[in-house]
Design a protein around this ligand. Structure first.
Ligand code: NAD
Length: 469
């Protein structure tokens, strides 16, 4: 029996069924999680709908104060949350602590925001005011790579704006979301946040539900398309944060020894399971060999293991299905490129892949075209800047990207030509709760974070008053 419960209408309830949560560092069952059925999904949506009128009518400052309480409660249990996160997700404990830190910071950040009415125009004949209204029930659907921060990025702005929430984590990482539900139950009125768990079988029912006003979704592009289709029936508001295949371009004036560790960290963080990880690296011909050698050295030095073991720098792939996918990318790398370091899996229990650097690989190979979502980095050679920008942009994805150079102005000019939602110069993977974050092309629709991200959880209404009537 599991200690975890669904949260529906302020009450902890057993699931209609259960599902096994696997620790990816061992491949063995960690615990059972409650699994909701369709009736429990209906109860969760109904609870959120019933809670909405009262919650949306409370002053925003009151809702902000409750977000601060949630931040304090999370902070008080940071150690337990981080340990659970490592066990269900695989990331090393210091990185799990960092994820919880981030979640706390995001709760506190959103608590500082406001949605004041804005006078757009006022003269002798008219006064035009824009105000923001809560939408209703928000479905918050999250993936398994950052189960806590990606949940908070949705729940915090949704609640501040006056919406109520049904949260649904990925089936392989439901525990930290269920634990967050426990905090919510002690702080928020019943029904304001509900948590259900499925086995990838309730998504359509939730995203097509007539009583759900908005879907805030992070996951793969393939699933994002399904969400968009099923939300179309009632024209729901959507924020879709989807897959990426970020290119990093290293200009020839860069010092390989300086740049390689930064690039390596941005490619291999969370064992490469980051939507905005560097997934393709383009290096100028003049420093190509040196950068490949440095990256290879870093890969060989990385300590891979169970995230709970002190000293571990990289954990396992989060689940078996993704592990099998990454093995396919390794096979492609072996056939179409030259392995500089790594290239295999660890001969031990769990889903461990060696950090792998691949050079001299074809542009049309699977590892370059698709999102690997694992610690396998292709390094490609270029000599002409216009040509490499075309290669970087030759993808349906458009999430992030970066340019590396000792000449910041030149790098800025290149960055401006990359068709992605975020492009960094001399860094990568740098987000902040106050920096709007959005995907271009098939990497998403809408914006998360920042004031702009908050406003996506509202309906803007224009009130247009005749002053001369
Ligand atoms: P996924 O698309 O398989 O699952 C994401 C969530 O959607 C899970 O909760 C899943 O249960 C749910 N789901 C599955 N089928 C559904 C359906 N038909 N309708 C509604 N929901 C459904 O993604 P994943 O494998 O968990 O995560 C990895 C992907 O997420 C990668 O592509 C990664 O790039 C992307 N990602 C994007 C961002 C971003 O901010 N852009 C952040 C993290 C991860």
């Amino acid at each position: 029996m599991s200690d975890f419960r669904l949260l529906i209408n302020g009450r902890f309830v057993q699931g209609a069924g259960t599902l096994d949560v696997i620790n990816p560092a061992t491949g063995r069952t960690l615990t059972a999680a409650p699994r909701a059925d369709r009736a429990q999904l209906e109860q969760a949506v109904a609870a959120a709908k019933a809670a909405f009128p009262t919650w949306s009518a409370t002053p925003l400052q009151h809702r902000a104060a409750l977000l601060v309480k949630l931040a304090e409660a999370l902070e008080a249990e940071q150690g337990e949350f981080a340990r659970l996160l490592t066990q269900e997700q695989g990331k090393p404990l210091p990185q799990a602590l960092w994820e919880i830190d981030w979640a706390i910071a995001a709760l506190r950040y959103f608590a500082t925001l406001d949605l004041p009415p804005k006078v757009l125009k006022e003269d002798a004949t008219q006064k035009i005011v824009r105000q923001h209204k809560a939408l209703g029930v928000v479905a918050a659907i999250t993936p398994w790579n950052f189960p806590v921060i990606l949940l908070i990025f949705k729940v915090a702005p949704a609640l501040l704006a006056g919406n109520t929430v049904v949260a649904k984590p990925a089936p392989t990482t439901p525990l930290t979301t269920l634990k967050f539900g426990e905090l919510c139950a002690g702080i928020l009125p019943p029904g304001v946040v509900n948590v259900i768990v499925d086995q990838n079988d309730l998504g359509t029912a939730l995203t097509s539900h007539p009583d759900v006003a908005k879907v805030a979704f992070t996951g793969s592009t393939a699933t994002g398309k399904k969400v968009m289709a099923s939300a179309a029936g009632s024209l729901k508001r959507l924020t879709l944060e989807l897959g990426g295949n970020d290119a990093a371009i290293v200009l020839g004036d860069t010092d390989p020894k300086d740049v390689a560790p930064k690039i390596y960290a941005a490619a291999m963080a969370n064992a490469g399971q980051v939507c905005i990880a560097i997934k393709r690296l383009y290096v100028h011909d003049s420093i190509y060999d040196a950068v490949c050698d440095e990256l290879g050295r870093l890969a060989r030095e990385t300590v891979v293991g169970d995230g709970l073991e002190p000293g571990t720098q990289m954990g396992p792939i989060q689940n078996q299905a993704q592990f099998e996918k990454v093995k396919g990318f390794l096979e492609d790398a072996r056939q179409n490129g030259k392995i500089v370091a790594g290239g295999g899996v660890l001969e031990r229990e769990g889903y461990f892949v060696q950090p792998t650097i691949v050079r001299d690989i074809r542009d049309d190979g699977q590892l370059v075209r698709e999102e690997q979502f694992g610690p396998v980095l292709p390094v490609l050679r270029y000599s002409d800047i216009d040509e490499v920008i075309d290669r970087a942009n030759d993808t349906d994805f458009g999430l992030g990207g970066s340019v590396w150079s000792s000449d910041r102005d030149r790098a800025f000019g290149v960055a401006a030509r990359i068709n992605s939602g975020t492009v960094w110069v001399n860094k990568h993977l740098d987000l902040g709760p106050d920096i709007p974050y959005a995907g271009a092309k098939q990497s998403g629709i809408g914006t998360e974070l920042g004031q702009e991200g908050l406003e996506e959880f509202t309906q803007a209404t224009i009130i247009n008053v005749a002053n001369d009537a």
